[in-house]
Design a binder for this molecule. Structure first.
Ligand code: SF4
Length: 298
């Protein structure tokens, strides 16, 4: 016969630990063979598994472009939205349900051209989500036109005589926009990329991961090899708490592409700030319409 202690014992059933494959949807990616986006997708699945967040607590939001197909390949909530609008829509998702792990994903054209006006505001507001930009230096989905990060002088479908414009640098922009976690990975090193994305997902605030993600179809089959020769890793003693050091690490004049966490800062998020405003606003009781209207009547 069971003693009282035995009879009242509660059995704790542990949730099964999720594996990367559990975050993978049944849809088979239709990217070109050798596309850098495969590696980023795998790194996202691995990072989510490491985080251990249930699939129903994740939302992946994208704009338009080759890389913006990512929500379809994740067994989470997802929304493949309209061109350049991943960040405002992801911000709305996070504000509606702050418990969700929110990932915004897309390419350089989507994030720095069509949606370029949203990036600074997501950064300065410190929306608690992770933005992954797969930068292939081209518009791939529309078959190879110049993007905001195409290097000067390059010939493309829309610059047959060479491009005169200078490219934007996503890391320098993120630092200028007060993004609180700024990192870069390369699709040719998945292990390192997982570290960058996992770091961003674990960070409380707006995290930006810039991924050098070559497009062999429109940037040439040698692009991976070329990147492998150009990437360098930030020193172990790099001071990621100092914006000046971060900026210096991002600025290179030797053609190298630095990888790692450039900057990390803890500060209140948009959700924290909205809650604080709400508490202040309600401290003197529920505001009335008349009280609000009085402020606008001279
Ligand atoms: Fe990838 Fe380029 Fe093909 Fe698009 S066009 S799927 S970016 S290789």
């Amino acid at each position: 016969m069971a003693t009282t202690a035995e009879a009242t014992e509660i059995t704790v059933t542990e949730e099964p630990k999720l594996k990367p494959v559990d975050y993978k949807s049944d849809l088979k990616p239709i990217w070109c063979p050798g596309c850098g986006d495969y590696a980023t997708l795998s790194a996202i699945h691995q990072s989510l598994a490491r985080l251990g967040v249930p699939t129903h607590m994740v939302a992946v939001i994208s704009g338009i472009g080759c890389s913006s197909r990512i929500p379809g390949y994740c067994a989470t909530y997802g929304f493949n939205t309209i061109h350049g609008r991943a960040l405002p829509i992801a911000t709305g998702v996070k504000m509606a349900n702050p418990e969700l792990t929110v990932i915004a994903a897309g390419g350089d054209g989507d994030g720095l051209s069509i949606g370029g006006g949203h990036f600074p505001h997501a950064g300065r507001r410190n929306v608690d989500m992770t933005y992954i930009m797969m930068d292939n230096n081209i518009y791939g989905l529309t078959k190879g036109q110049v993007s905001p990060t195409t290097p000067a002088g390059d010939t493309t479908k829309s610059s047959p005589y060479g491009l005169g414009d200078r490219p934007l640098d996503a890391i320098q922009l993120a630092l200028a926009y007060n993004v609180s976690y700024v990192a870069r990975g390369f699709s040719g090193n998945i292990k390192h990329l997982v570290e960058m994305i996992y770091g961003g997902l674990s960070h409380k605030g707006f995290s930006f991961i810039h991924v050098a993600s070559p497009c062999p179809t429109y940037r040439g089959i040698d692009r991976f090899k070329e990147y492998k020769e150009r990437v360098v890793y930030l020193d172990d003693d790099h001071d990621a708490t100092n914006p000046l050091t971060a900026y210096q690490a991002a600025l290179r004049d030797d053609g190298k592409v630095p990888l790692g966490v450039f900057f990390k800062q803890e500060r209140p998020t948009l959700t924290d700030n909205c809650e604080a405003i709400s508490r202040k606003a309600l401290a003197n009781g529920q505001p009335t319409i008349e009280g609000i209207m009085d402020q606008f009547i001279p």
